[in-house]
Design a protein around this ligand. Structure first.
Ligand code: PHE
Length: 342
């Protein structure tokens, strides 16, 4: 009877012990035999009380033997299984050090940003402070205070996007001049970069573009100061030896007004494709601040005078980097952007 039971237990264990796929499942199986109370082997011990006294030592020995055998058998299988599990885990977590690294794409600054940064650096060196104006302005700041009342023909020069009857997307960073002069007494020396908007669209014009405005107001400022500053600026941005030339022009907020050309930095003034054979390239508009504008801001034009200038950032970028269509600046094509990595 007893031998029978022990043989059954042994066979049951042998039949299944190698079929488990985890040490956890194996442990559950082990418990059904080796649990101190519920295990089949512990249950065998319970039979002791029915065994005649003299046979009890022999009975105990046999049960102990099967118990020891089972423990050894499970321990050995468990060790093998744990080893296998570890190998599997190691294989799954293996790192192939010969695999090429995953590279992270590093972005670049937009050409507009590069130019704006360069301009700020140049003008900061001359003592200019940066003032950022508003993209949405009202008619007064964008036009009227800049000596461009309603019905003034100069309004036609800048086709305007209105967002309501009174508000518009500024057509020029010059609108910022008024805010500055309303809030600060001279001496004033500011540089104002920002986006401007005009209903205009071709290879060199975009409905949204960037300008860089400059304004200097103090006692005794003349056109000569403007010219001297522009020469310094041109040599720094376009290269040593580049000089400026002023041509008469018209802006309602400056008097006199000038169009500023720089000597061609590609051919040195001899005439080439870039300067269309003229030796000169137009880069910005400028002038002496119109006395009406100073008056509109509560600055006495008999005591103070100033000059202002405004340039298109994209135009400078296109000239410097040889870009022939303004649209490429706004298409977000990374092949284009990558060419500006430095
Ligand atoms: N605001 C002018 C324009 O957008 C440029 C300018 C600025 C001219 C300052 C003179 C003085 O065309």
């Amino acid at each position: 009877m007893m031998e029978e039971k022990i043989r059954e237990i042994r066979e049951e264990i042998e039949a299944k012990i190698d079929s488990f796929d985890s040490s956890k499942a194996l442990y559950e199986f082990r418990k059904t035999f080796l649990d101190n109370k519920e295990g089949k082997i512990a249950q065998l011990m319970k039979g002791m009380k029915d065994v005649p006294k003299e046979d009890r030592p022999a009975f105990g020995k046999v049960v102990n033997e099967i118990k020891e055998w089972a423990i050894a058998r499970f321990d050995e299988t468990d060790a093998k299984m744990k080893k296998l599990e570890l190998e599997k885990r190691n294989a799954a977590e293996a790192v192939d050090v010969t695999m090429p690294a995953v590279t992270t794409k590093v972005g670049t600054l937009h050409p507009d940003t590069l130019i704006v940064n360069e301009l700020i650096e140049i003008f900061a060196g001359m003592g200019f402070e940066v003032f950022e104006g508003n993209e949405i302005e009202n008619d007064y700041y964008n036009f009227t205070a800049l000596n461009t009342p309603e019905d003034h023909p100069a309004r036609d020069m800048q086709d305007t996007f209105y967002v309501s009857k009174d508000f518009l997307l500024r057509t020029q960073t010059s609108a910022g001049q008024i805010h500055v002069m309303e809030n600060k007494k001279p001496p004033i020396k500011i540089l104002s970069p920002g986006k401007v908007f005009r209903s205009d669209d071709d290879a060199t014009h975009s409905p949204m573009f960037s300008q860089m405005e400059g304004l200097v107001v103090d006692k005794g400022i003349t056109l000569c100061d403007l010219k001297g500053m522009l020469d310094t600026f041109s040599a720094q941005i376009f290269g040593e030896g580049v000089v400026t030339r002023l041509r008469p022009s018209y802006f309602p907020f400056t008097e006199p007004s000038v169009e500023v050309d720089v000597s061609c930095f590609q051919c040195g003034g001899k005439g080439c494709k870039l300067c269309k054979g003229t030796g000169w390239i137009e880069v910005l508009g400028a002038g002496v601040v119109n006395r009406h504008v100073l008056e509109n801001c509560g600055i006495d034009p008999d005591e103070y005078s100033g000059f202002a200038f405004g340039m298109g950032v994209e135009r400078i970028a296109m000239l410097k980097y040889g870009i022939n269509n303004i649209k490429t600046l706004f298409e977000s094509d990374t092949r284009f952007a990558e060419q500006f990595k430095n």
